[in-house]
Design a protein around this ligand. Structure first.
Ligand code: NAD
Length: 478
């Protein structure tokens, strides 16, 4: 069954084709599976006009009614799980079971923010008699959102859910490589009764689109997930208009493995998690700092499980890891591995591309990698792990913090004092002990340092999409 959708822009509640388009490829076969319409400047201006009208309607819609639309859309997407998952696997390459889980995670983001829409409480500040000070939160306005290709469904869901739950309108540019996930969200919201213009979906030249949208006074928030380099560029553009930004950028997650942990369990969990989504996850565990007393045993178990990873086309049963999402990742990984080996790192497994067609790269483990190697500083964003020994927890924390990133960080230990030092000492927006899960709908997610700022999810998430307004009301004129 070919359930890959016919691709369109979605502007003012209408599906739109345009004069020029782009190919969408299946990264497992390199075959073209669709043609994606490219938005022109005039399409973007239509989206801006629609978003202005959508905001006027939606910001005046009671939160409980906004929530109903989001809950209904999530229910429709749950019904369509198989169709959406099949499309995601075709355009992204991830194994079908992982695509199915991603659809559900996207629904959970919509459902969480739907609930939060009704709970963006303000407060009353104690005051003198005859005066009231009331703090309340209002939707910020039109949002320009940009979502990446690594999670074609759940990444756009996060941006769309936050904006719509808060009462904003949004123009989302989802990733050109993986448009089907975002299109399915738009379709579900349209079917659920979202008024025209509240969500507008565009694709095209990313730089042209961001440049055009961010310059408009109408755009009151720039929400981006992607690389730190692009995030800094968009933040600079937004700063010229004093437009706030929500930036969820790259990570280079450290994992500190303490000597008291269950070595085999920690190593197997780590290897499986590292290869999930072919390592193309901003929270992917990558730099493993292992106490020297368990380094050999941990490395051996990790390498064994990594080498056992079943790699193939994501539609085939039993496949654990698909191809990389595009050929840019192959070049980046090859360069990082070659550089590390030239500097004396040990190649424990993998290290190369696999026979084509498709953008396949072997699950790769490097050990004893010198600090000077590029991979110690640059996020590989692929199935590549680095395992290095450390003499103490303090040394592990120091190494963990020695990068410009601070998104997710992990530790394995059963000791309360070690866990406390990890929680306090690791510079990251998300620290997880004995689990490599860092992002759930109900927990706030985001980074420090060059990993960005602002939070998505949790009770914090919607506040990025709202302004805080203080009302001072005196009963008599003073
Ligand atoms: P890239 O830096 O070219 O693009 C990253 C994302 O930003 C893509 O979705 C792209 O469409 C978008 N983009 C690029 N230029 C833009 C612009 N001027 N305006 C608006 N959007 C723009 O890199 P890439 O090759 O696509 O991905 C590689 C790197 O991106 C990875 O190494 C990783 O660090 C990062 N990345 C991070 C995430 C994440 O979840 N934080 C997701 C995908 C990619």
């Amino acid at each position: 069954m070919n359930s890959y959708p016919d691709l369109h822009l979605y502007i003012n509640g209408q599906w739109r084709k345009t004069a020029s388009d782009l190919p969408v490829l299946n990264p497992a076969t390199e075959e073209e599976i669709g043609r994606l319409p490219k938005a022109s400047i005039s399409d973007l201006d239509d989206a801006l006009e629609a978003a202005a009208a959508g905001f006027r309607v939606w910001s005046q819609t009671p939160p409980v009614d906004r929530a109903k639309v989001l809950f209904k859309a999530a229910a429709l997407m749950r019904d369509r799980q198989e169709e959406i998952a099949t499309a995601i696997t075709a355009e992204h390459g991830k194994p079908l079971p992982q695509a199915r889980l991603e659809v559900i995670r996207g629904c959970e983001f919509l459902e969480w923010d739907a609930g939060e829409a009704t709970r963006t409480y303000g407060r009353v500040i104690p005051s003198a008699p005859g005066v009231r000070y009331i703090v309340h939160h209002q939707p910020i306005g039109t949002v320009a959102g940009f979502s990446p290709w690594n999670f074609p469904m759940s990444q756009p869901c996060r941006k769309i859910a936050g904006a719509i739950a808060a009462g904003c309108s949004i123009i989302l540019k989802a990733a050109e490589e993986t448009p089907a996930g975002a299109l399915h969200i738009a379709r579900a919201l349209d079917d659920a009764g979202l008024p025209p213009g509240v969500l507008n979906l565009v694709f095209g030249d990313p730089a042209e689109i961001s440049d055009h949208l961010i310059r408009k006074d109408q755009v009151r928030l720039v929400a981006f997930t992607g690389s730190t380099a692009v995030g800094k560029h968009l933040t600079t553009l937004a700063a010229q208009h004093m437009t706030p930004v929500l930036m969820e950028l790259g990570g280079h997650a450290p994992v500190i493995v303490c000597e008291d942990t269950d070595v085999e369990a920690a190593a197997v969990t780590s290897a499986v998690r590292k290869m999930r989504n072919a390592g193309q996850v901003c929270t992917s565990p990558t730099r493993f700092f292992v106490h020297e007393s368990i380094f050999d045993a941990y490395t051996e178990s990790f390498v064994r499980r990594a080498a056992e990873t079943v790699v193939g086309n994501g539609v085939d049963p039993g496949v654990e890891m698909g191809p990389l999402a595009n050929d840019r990742r192959i070049d980046a990984l090859t360069t990082l591995v070659e550089d590390a080996l030239a500097q004396g790192a040990e190649l424990k497994t993998g290290g190369r591309t696999m026979d084509g067609p498709g953008y396949f790269f072997q699950p790769t483990v490097l050990a004893n990698v010198p600090d000077s190697a590029r991979v110690m500083q640059e996020e590989p964003f692929g199935p590549l792990a680095v395992i290095n020994p450390v003499a103490s927890l303090d040394q592990g924390i120091e190494q963990a913090n020695a990068v410009p990133y601070g998104l997710a960080a992990y530790g394995f230990t059963n000791r309360a004092d070690y866990a406390d030092r990890l929680c306090e000492g690791l510079e990251a927006g998300n620290v997880s002990i004995n689990t490599l899960e860092a992002s759930l709908p109900e927990t706030p997610f985001g980074g420090v340092k060059s990993s960005g700022f602002g939070r998505e999810g949790g009770t914090e998430g919607l506040h990025n999409y709202m302004i805080t307004k203080n009302l001072s009301h005196s009963l008599s004129i003073v």
